[in-house]
Design a protein around this ligand. Structure first.
Ligand code: NAP
Length: 499
């Protein structure tokens, strides 16, 4: 069950949101009474409530907004109990001062906005002993192993327990706490109105992560990165999992570089079934793998791990996705001249980072003559030596014409949407223009190339394809690429996220 926190300053707004949520199938809300401006009219909020509620009134020290006295705060909570609220949230230091009354269940809570205490078991016992129907512990996660300790505490508890880690490192615990036995999790009413660090909105919890369908057998996948908050992989993979009816969930795991080893060593405790790997871990994580495909060996970087009883296997789906996207675009767009990828003889790859390296490698493998062009020419030279291609300086990119231009720099990505890495004067109708940037899909380069009559491959084509190859590796079936594409487009349209 998802409990949605409602934090509004006016009674009528709180009542309206409560009704809206009940009408949308939400079965429990948390009324954050500390947000009400002026005197809290408890009866007005709780009488004829449209669905069950938790009465919560937080002090500033616990992350709340309560401005009145402690005596008044406790009176508000007592009044909510008298009104028969289904649950009341009592912080551990006041739980013994507010006695059990009527059918209201007591949530005895503890918050730590700085750390996850070392001894969660003792903390849990102390809270449970305060006549708790439910124990709630919410602590800041500073390390992925904090998350595991929290979830394992929930799993071993004999009293119903909600265990959540805050912060973006802790985000997976919000989605997985039910899998480990929590009676419910918390989400916010609105994505932009977060009540605690790392929280997500109820629609995302319900529709993207499918919280209510996660059970003990649900397999866990995710993307490991730092930062990870902007990643669109959860949106794409979870949409495809839902469409295919697969019992699995895909989560964002923020893991700082210095915590990567421990995160991988502890993979069996979640347990993790597969990971997408992105910046900055694509190379470092290879020290943990048991087997690598040929592309990983050649490129020296992985973007896909699969966990099996025999160990960890590493794949690289970026290079294959780049070539397959090019092939598909040429077939789809037909036209004069280049009809398939074998007709592309020369390609200019702009940029010399991870994407450039994977694309250069994939194109080179197909026999295409590749030139890598970078602001930092040493990086281009390094790729050229590894891949067996040419390297040129950024200023030399217009000197020779190429069949295919690939943008593997962030130029053109939101918010710099009015920039292009390749001026339109140099575009020719016979060229294939491949922009790996996917947010937005129609970059300035893509728009100008289309206007010049070029054939186009977009970053959305490549992103969806690399995710689809991962999906096939992990689940043994083809995902709906249409579903993935639509989910990606919706996400980039609704939130102008950095790529
Ligand atoms: P990266 O490792 O940071 O490399 C970025 C490259 O772009 C570097 O060579 C950098 O040059 C160059 N660059 C950055 N800003 C530039 C500018 N203003 N002008 C010229 N060159 C510039 O990043 P990455 O992982 O390769 O990703 C690059 C882009 O590829 C991303 O922004 C993303 O949009 C796209 N991408 C797409 C997919 C997909 O599936 N569609 C997958 C991965 C990446 P310096 O070395 O001189 O800084």
């Amino acid at each position: 069950m998802i409990c949605v926190g409602i934090a509004r300053g006016r009674h009528r707004h709180m009542i309206a949101e409560h009704k809206f949520l009940a009408d949308n199938g939400i079965g429990l809300v948390e009324l954050r009474l500390d947000f009400i401006q002026g005197k809290v009219q408890v009866k007005r909020l709780f009488r004829s409530r449209p669905c069950p509620a938790i009465a919560t009134c937080r002090r500033a020290a616990d992350g709340g907004h309560w401005a009145g006295s402690e005596e008044e705060r406790q009176l508000v909570l007592r009044t909510a109990i008298v009104e028969g609220t289904e649950y009341v949230d009592l912080e551990d230091d006041i739980a013994s001062q507010i006695r059990r009354y009527g059918p209201t269940k007591r949530i005895v809570s503890h918050h730590d906005f700085h750390k996850t205490p070392a001894d969660l078991a003792s903390l849990h016992k102390r809270l449970a002993d305060l006549d708790a129907d439910i124990v709630k512990i919410a602590t800041m996660s500073n390390h992925p192993s904090d998350n595991l300790r929290m979830l394992e505490m929930v799993q071993s508890a004999t009293v119903p327990t909600i265990g959540i880690c805050m912060g973006d490192i802790g985000m997976p615990t919000r989605v997985l706490t039910g899998r480990f036995g929590s009676p419910f999790t918390y989400a916010t009413f609105h994505e932009d109105r977060l009540l605690a660090p790392g929280q997500i909105g109820w629609r995302q919890m319900r529709d993207v992560y499918r919280y209510d369908q996660i059970g003990a057998a649900t397999r866990i996948y995710g993307v490991v990165a730092d930062p990870v908050g902007h990643s669109l992989s959860p949106v794409v993979h979870n949409a495809a999992l839902a469409a295919a009816g697969i019992d699995a969930v895909y989560l964002p795991f923020r893991v700082p570089a210095e915590q990567l080893d421990e995160f991988v060593w502890e993979a069996g405790r979640w347990p993790l079934s597969g990971l997408s790997v992105t910046i900055p871990h694509k190379e470092a994580i290879l020290r943990h793998v048991t087997t690598k495909d040929d592309l990983v060996t050649a490129i020296g970087a992985t973007n896909t791990l699969t966990f099996t009883p025999d160990g960890i296997s590493a794949h690289n789906t970026d290079a294959t996705a780049a070539v397959e996207s090019l092939e598909a675009a040429l077939q789809r767009q037909g036209g004069e001249g280049l009809v398939d990828v074998t007709a592309v003889k020369s390609a200019l790859v702009l940029g010399a980072g991870g994407a450039a390296r994977a694309v250069a490698f994939g194109l080179r493998k197909r026999g295409i003559e590749v030139t890598v062009c970078s602001r930092t020419v040493e990086r281009a030279k390094r790729i050229a030596a590894e891949v067996g291609c040419k390297a040129i300086d950024w200023t030399a990119r217009y000197k020779v014409p190429y069949d295919c231009i690939v943008n593997a720099t962030p130029v053109g990505m939101h918010p710099l949407v009015n920039e292009t890495p390749f001026e339109k004067e140099h575009l020719r109708p016979y060229m294939v223009v491949f922009d790996t940037v996917y947010n937005p899909e129609n970059t300035l380069l893509v728009k100008e190339a289309r206007a010049a009559g070029c054939r186009i491959v977009t970053g959305v084509d490549m992103f969806v394809r690399q995710a689809a190859i991962q999906f096939r590796l992990w689940h043994g079936v083809d995902p709906s690429e249409t579903v993935m594409r639509e989910a990606l487009k919706r996400a980039t349209a609704s939130a102008k996220l950095p790529g």
